[in-house]
Design a protein around this ligand. Structure first.
Ligand code: ADP
Length: 642
């Protein structure tokens, strides 16, 4: 509604005709001093006086009305207003009219007023009063534009803030000190199936799980006790359908904040992660129980040897009674009280352990070692199997090392070895005497020319030789076990050795023809007798295990022209299934199949052969097909062609 004025006079100016009739001079001055724009109208609506602020406003807004509207009819002006301000103007006119007929004493209205510069806001108050029994109406317009803009700005901010809270994917609740909910955003519907209205005015603890109630209430008291205090709380809350959801709330006490005066909580559903956490915890517990219960030691460490896990059995194995010294310690520290020995009894370093190999090779590794306490000299044997734990890029993160105590087996084995060694020595002495006596008897009977007796004696001598070979093999095993297999190395001609050995073996068999293929002539640096022993073993096996064929091929080659020499013995006999091919080089290993039961042997020849070759820095292996024959080969690196 427009306000009309001109730049002539204020109340104190004397041009205002009837103003003096109603208002005393001092009062007029006071009204002039007010910031509100004030006009006094009579019962017909005629403006009879305006104050300075009214005139000033008219002046700066440049509104053309004679004498700032004094003398004009305010009611008519309102009723003739068109355009944007029309509704407000009509409302003013209607209320003023009601006041003129004494139907109401006052009325107020907040209304916008468009000026060429900007939209202004006024707060209008009209009050009816009487002077000299004549009714008048005082109309005061307060320019509330700045306040209004500020209010609108705040409202807009509040709207945006509310929208932000509504659209926030997290839950948000405002509570008073009694935990009564004053506001909760729509997340509550998604989380608990309740509408925002259903939750309002309810106590926040109503839906909390009974088991979590004491804890949450205690946390709440802590929050209340300290203004500004912020706590993170996890608890279960009941869904509309009766199920329980896990939530994590971040609650802050803003009761003392003058603009808020509430407790604010943001929260989110953590049910999935909580369940996953619980499952993980359960799985970890189960695993822990299993690991602690098993009879093997389990150690997990990183590439620097830092220990991540050590189960009870492993602690016992490395002489620790409580977990404290283990946590975070390094394997090196823990093992420093021991000498680590390999199967041959040589001291090895920690980097020779299989669990170290998995970091470089990225594949499982195993070994048998013994730990000898440096002070007590107590010895414990362990079969160690290490496997890598890889990260997503395939890098080895940790090594898991399983230690199986072998001490008892090893002690038994040692006793057995000692027994074999002792028994072999005990048997060897009478055999040597027997052989001498047979020699004497042979010479006597040869003089008497008793052919039949002589034949018997020759056969007895042969049997004694077989027995001696067997005992020598057993003694060799004892020597190998004790690390006392001594090699007398010298340069020798391996082609000649192979030829002579073939001739000797050929002399013992009519069924097989042994053929030699030489692809070069080689001098080997090694123990001639021991290498000869290997060749004898391979040739006798080739004959022994090919009863239905008659050919054995021996070859001497240099594989791919690398330094060294390779000797192979090929037969066309019963062959060896692949599952046995590695194991036949182990001590006392024999293939227990019906076809082989009839063949005599102790399963030690290949073991001794492989140890002899290994101690020459070479290797021995077999390629074979079951039923089609086998080729046993050994390679000696210390050899040169001539
Ligand atoms: P043995 O005294 O039993 O022959 P070895 O150590 O020499 O002991 O051999 C171990 C086992 O390997 C034998 O028992 C046999 O089953 C198998 N074997 C060795 N050589 C051959 C071969 N040439 N053909 C088939 N099987 C063989």
């Amino acid at each position: 509604m427009p306000i009309f004025y001109d730049e002539t006079h204020s109340f104190s100016d004397q041009q205002q005709s009837s103003a003096h009739v109603v208002v005393y001079e001092p009062l007029m001055k006071a009204i002039d001093g007010l910031t509100a724009h004030i006009a006094i109208i009579d019962i017909q609506g005629t403006i009879i006086a305006v104050n300075r602020a009214w005139r000033h406003f008219a002046e700066i807004q440049n509104l053309r009305m004679p004498n700032a509207g004094v003398g004009s009819n305010y009611l008519q002006i309102c009723e003739q207003t068109f355009g944007r301000d029309q509704a407000a103007a009509y409302e003013v006119a209607a209320n003023l009219r009601a006041m003129t007929v004494n139907a109401q004493d006052s009325f107020s209205l907040e209304y916008p007023c468009a000026t060429p510069q900007r939209l202004l806001w006024f707060d209008m108050h009209a009050t009816r009063f009487e002077a000299n029994n004549t009714p008048y109406i005082l109309i005061a317009h307060e320019n509330i534009t700045e306040r209004k803009y500020m209010e609108m700005h705040l409202q807009e901010q509040a709207r945006r803030f509310r929208e932000l809270i509504e659209k926030n994917s997290d839950g948000f609740a405002i509570m008073d000190a009694n935990a009564t909910i004053h506001y909760e955003n729509s997340y509550v519907t998604r989380l608990l199936g309740y509408s925002m209205e259903e939750r309002a005015k309810h106590n926040a603890f109503e839906l909390v799980h009974p088991d979590d109630l004491a804890y949450t209430k205690e946390q709440w008291q802590q929050i209340l006790a300290e203004p500004g205090k912020n706590l993170r709380v996890q608890f279960r809350i009941r869904h509309h359908n009766g199920s329980w959801r896990w939530v994590e709330g971040n609650v802050i006490n803003l009761l003392n904040d003058p603009t808020i005066g509430m407790v604010i909580s943001s929260y989110r559903d953590i049910t999935e992660s909580k369940h996953a956490e619980e499952e993980l915890y359960l799985a970890k517990n189960q695993l822990e129980t299993i690991l602690q219960g098993i009879a093997d030691g389990v150690v997990v460490h990183d590439s620097a040897g830092k220990l991540y896990y050590v189960n009870t059995m492993a602690m016992t194995m490395i002489g620790c009674t409580s977990p404290a010294p283990i946590a975070g310690a390094s394997l090196e520290n823990v093992l420093s009280q021991f000498d680590i020995l390999n199967e041959e009894g040589q001291i090895i370093s920690i980097s020779d352990l299989p669990s170290w190999h998995v970091f470089t090779k990225k594949t499982p590794a195993k070994a048998t070692i013994s730990l000898v306490h440096k002070i007590t000299k107590e010895q414990h044997w362990q079969a160690i199997q290490a496997s890598p734990i890889l990260d997503e890029q395939g890098q080895v993160l940790l090594a898991v090392c399983i230690m199986h105590d072998m001490t008892e087996e090893k002690i038994l084995e040692q006793r057995k070895d000692e027994f074999i060694s002792m028994a072999s020595h005990e048997l060897k002495t009478p055999l040597t005497s027997l052989k001498i006596l047979i020699g004497i008897l042979e010479r006597r009977i040869a003089k008497q020319k008793d052919e039949q007796y002589l034949q018997h004696l020759v056969r007895i001598d042969g049997q004694i030789n077989t027995l001696t070979d067997l005992i020598n093999d057993l003694l060799d095993i004892s020597r190998i076990q004790a690390g006392k297999l001594i090699l007398r190395k010298e340069d020798f001609d391996i082609n000649t050795l192979v030829q002579e050995t073939i001739e000797n073996i050929q002399a013992t068999t009519q069924n097989h023809a042994i053929r030699l293929q030489e692809y070069g002539h080689y001098i080997v640096m090694g123990d001639k007798n021991r290498i000869g022993q290997v060749i004898i073993n391979l040739l006798t096996n080739a004959i022994k295990y090919s009863p239905n064929t008659n050919k054995v091929i021996v070859s001497i080659t240099a594989p791919n022209h690398t330094p060294g020499v390779q000797v192979s013995v090929q037969d066309f006999g019963i062959g060896i299934a692949s599952e046995h091919q590695q194991k036949i080089f182990e001590r006392f290993y024999q293939i227990m199949e019906p076809t082989e039961r009839t063949v005599p042997g102790l399963g030690i020849g290949l073991y001794i052969s492989s140890e002899i070759i290994r101690r020459h820095g070479g290797r021995i292996w077999v390629t074979s097909q079951k039923g089609e024959g086998s080729t046993f080969s050994f390679f000696l690196p210390d050899a040169h062609k001539v």
